[in-house]
Design a protein around this ligand. Sequence first.
Ligand code: PNS
Length: 163
Amino acid sequence: MTVVALCPGSFDPPTNGHVDIVVRAARLFERVVVAVVGNPDKRPLLPAAERVALLEGALGGVRGVEVCSFEGLLVDLARQLGAGVIVKGLRSTSDMGFELQMAHINAALAPGTDTVFIAASPAWSFVSSSMVRQVASFGGDVGPFVPTGVGEALDRAFHEWRR
Ligand code: PNS
């Protein structure tokens, strides 16, 4: 039976760290669904459709990977997709507390759903979407940290935001 893994996040914006986690998840699972999911604690800078397009651009060549967007409870999407595994990247011990809490809540809401953590590659462990946004907001070069097209998307978004 095909194991479907769900790789959720805000991806605002997608970073090379996200891409690395998805590529490695695709080596472990036959089908990986990357989902741009609404986080009620965050107001996104980039529209969901743009985040989906950027992820599709970055992951287009990776076998077994697809990208979608979703509003609602993650476990409801997992149920819709028949995904028994949720994949999250861990950059540091400070990520751990919150991610474990989410894993336990999701398992309580949907028994049988397991969260699998993949340790971020050291090369990307310092990269976060919020830092990338901050660098871009001051006109810094985010090129080394993000997939093609993301820097331009952020420039456009901040340009709009300042008008
Ligand atoms: O990249 P992020 O912001 O850390 O991703 C968090 C995300 C979007 C995966 C999380 O906020 C989420 O699952 N949102 C959907 C609502 C939900 O199911 N929350 C968990 C139970 S409280």
